[in-house]
Design a protein around this ligand. Structure first.
Ligand code: SF4
Length: 329
């Protein structure tokens, strides 16, 4: 390979062929003199300690804080993006200098431990496009006995899935709508995301799915159809969350609580055992799908109870002995 050749990036399903001096679709991965580099490597554009429920993950160490950060970038262009300032290249170019500070992976993991976190979440933007930095941090985090959490649009390449599976302990994958919605609103492809979900389920990864519902765009039929698809793939946990006007969709109304409640009822008919509402006033408890006993109290603030029964810590319902999906201790 000489420095005049295009290089292929395998970080996501697009497999961009990138000519020297150019970038891939995400604008993050660049061919610099015959080497693929990640622009903004190590430059942290968002960082916070969040309740793990905010990812959202409800069945993975509930009640714990997770150290969350992002580098800049995304490989989709969703017009409703809730975090466009740190993900969308059009916005980056407008501002021409996205804020951020460089941190080594070592400093980042040490800071997470100092903050009392036992997990690190790669979140807010799309970690697939900065997965080389994510991998560097995740390897160190594992060495320190910490957990790794990836919040992603799920548009993995097969290579990325195989690379990341041993390193990521829990995934939250967005499923944004039907195939037409992906192509017209997101510049993505639903079937790629569903293939990734299939892979993660078959490899026993901890997986929760999130769908942000836009009241004027997502129909009841959309929710019912997605529910059927996700159930058939073996999904156990589905979060339905409210949309608020952002980015290009400023003039689309926020999703109402009443609509969300109706869609949660529709989703429940899918047979997926754990359905939750997000960005909502509704408090989410966890119930046993077999005997309907209360397993985890509704959240206080944004977090939920840490006081789990010894039985539930082993993933067993203390009331009927059925297994409960997740990792609790
Ligand atoms: S991360 Fe995806 S969009 Fe970005 S250059 Fe690589 S293949 Fe292309």
């Amino acid at each position: 390979m000489n420095s005049e050749s295009s290089l292929v990036c395998d970080f996501c399903w697009r497999h961009c062929h990138i000519a020297p001096g150019h970038a891939g679709v995400c604008s993050v991965r660049r061919n610099e003199g015959g080497t693929l580099v990640t622009e903004g490597y190590g430059k942290i554009v968002a960082l916070a300690v969040d309740p793990i429920e905010k990812k959202p993950l409800y069945h993975f160490f509930p009640g714990s804080p997770t150290f969350s950060f992002a580098l800049f970038g995304c490989n989709f262009t969703c017009s409703f993006c809730q975090n466009y300032a740190i993900s969308q290249k059009a916005y980056q170019y407008d501002r021409s200098n996205t804020q951020g500070r460089c941190m080594s992976s070592k400093d980042l993991v040490e800071l997470a431990l100092q903050k009392g976190c036992h997990s690190i979440s790669y979140t807010y933007s799309e970690p697939l496009v900065w997965q080389d930095y994510m991998i560097e941090v995740a390897l160190l985090a594992h060495q320190k006995g910490m957990q790794n959490i990836m919040v992603t649009n799920g548009s993995f390449s097969q290579e990325a899935l195989k690379r990341l599976l041993p390193l990521i302990d829990a995934f939250n994958v967005d499923v944004k709508g039907n195939e037409l919605f992906y192509r017209t609103v997101c510049n993505g492809e639903l079937h790629i995301v569903l293939d990734a979900i299939d892979f993660l389920v078959k490899h026993n990864a901890h997986l929760e799915i999130t769908t942000m519902l836009i009241e004027s765009l997502h129909t009841q039929e959309d929710v019912a159809n997605l529910g059927k698809i996700l159930k058939n793939l073996g999904v156990q946990v589905w979060h339905l969350s409210r949309f608020f006007p952002r980015y290009i969709m400023q003039d689309v109304s926020a999703t109402s609580e009443a609509y969300l409640r109706r869609m949660v009822d529709v989703a429940s008919l899918s047979g997926i055992p754990y359905i939750y509402s997000g960005n909502s006033e509704v408090e989410n408890a966890t119930y046993c799908p077999s005997c309907h006993a209360l397993l985890i109290e509704p959240r206080v603030g944004r977090s939920r109870s840490k006081n789990l029964s010894p039985s539930l810590e082993k993933g067993i319902c203390p009331h009927c002995g059925s297994s409960v999906y997740g990792v609790f201790a």
